[in-house]
Design a protein around this ligand. Sequence first.
Ligand SMILES: *Cc1c(COP(=O)(O)O)cnc(C)c1O
Length: 390
Amino acid sequence: MHTSIETSASPQSVDPALAAWREVDLDAIGRNVRALADIAAPASLMVVIKADAYSHGSVEVARAAVASGADHLGVAVLEEAFELRSAGITAPVLAWLAGPGARYAEAVACDVSLAAYSCAQVEEIARAAASVGGRAQVHLKAETGMWRGGAAAGEWRELVDLAGRLQRRGTVDVVGVWSHLACADEPRSSSNDAQLRLFLDAVEVAGRAGLEPSWRHLANSAATLSRPDMHFDLVRCGLAVYGVDPLAGHGATVGLEQAMTLKGTVTHVKEAPAGAGVSYGHTYRTSTATRLALVPLGYADGIPVAPGTAVRAGWRGHPVPLAGRVCMDQLVVDVGDLPVQPGDEVTLLGPGRDGEHTVRRWSDLTGRSTYELLTGLDRRRVPLAHVRRT
Ligand SMILES: *Cc1c(COP(=O)(O)O)cnc(C)c1O
């Protein structure tokens, strides 16, 4: 296995005594993107990189994704799109979360596509486009059953008529019609089919208003893997790109690889007798005489306080259980008679090579969603290093 550290934020080059860091494998992301693009074909693939690419580093992930065949990038807020443009990334970008007063004119000027959820919003976007002598690329969002953003049936008719008029006037181009699923990770939920029916209605209503957008899109990662009938022209994948299975078992069949590894350096090791109560509340007691190692990662870094935990970290291929409650900046692992020493690397969460649990397993054991686990990793406290494992 060849590993190279790509950025200067590598643990070795920044600080040899770095307490904790995140390693993101850009080659794994590239392989996941290719696998998802194959599944989506003939539909196109949008790689979703909101929230700093689910804590994986948005610019690096965007470059790796585009190099591996992603046709579009998706972000939530405009600032995330501007960051990509400033970094020289020219791929199509859609930003889907903006309110009154948002920097729409700048978005039009740097060719960022915009979601519109309402008549007021598409009017504001059109005015901003006119002010810079441009045409806004707009994706109209239909409410189909998530009840988050998007125009519900009554307003949808008005929205598509208005967008059609603005398009004829030349201030907007309706390039997309889209919606978002509430229960895609529960493939048997009846709400998936109900949302599909309402989405098809919305597309038809848009067609009757003279709109023929190139991009009709509905599917997130879970639906991309489980519902080919929902692929339409474009699928929007986040979680699966990072190699976390959105549906138990489906990711394994397509060979997704978890890209994130979280590591810490052991700061202290000591012997403890049988029956020692470890950490706050003594929720863990040693069953035999053992060795306990201290790792400088805690809930302030985004490690969940796993109750009565069965979560395991990894040391050189050996699983080592977390002992007792995770503290603010530190946690204890029970290393038994393994020869763990201060200065050794321990893997807290990763693809499993060192004996640690995956993000999916952490989620199952702690009840925190995989999305929260990834985005909860504190980006200021736990520096990021990009690596390539070919
Ligand atoms: C986050 C998000 C996605 C990606 O969802 P995953 O489940 O991570 O694939 C797709 N579309 C929208 C609108 C989103 O907010």
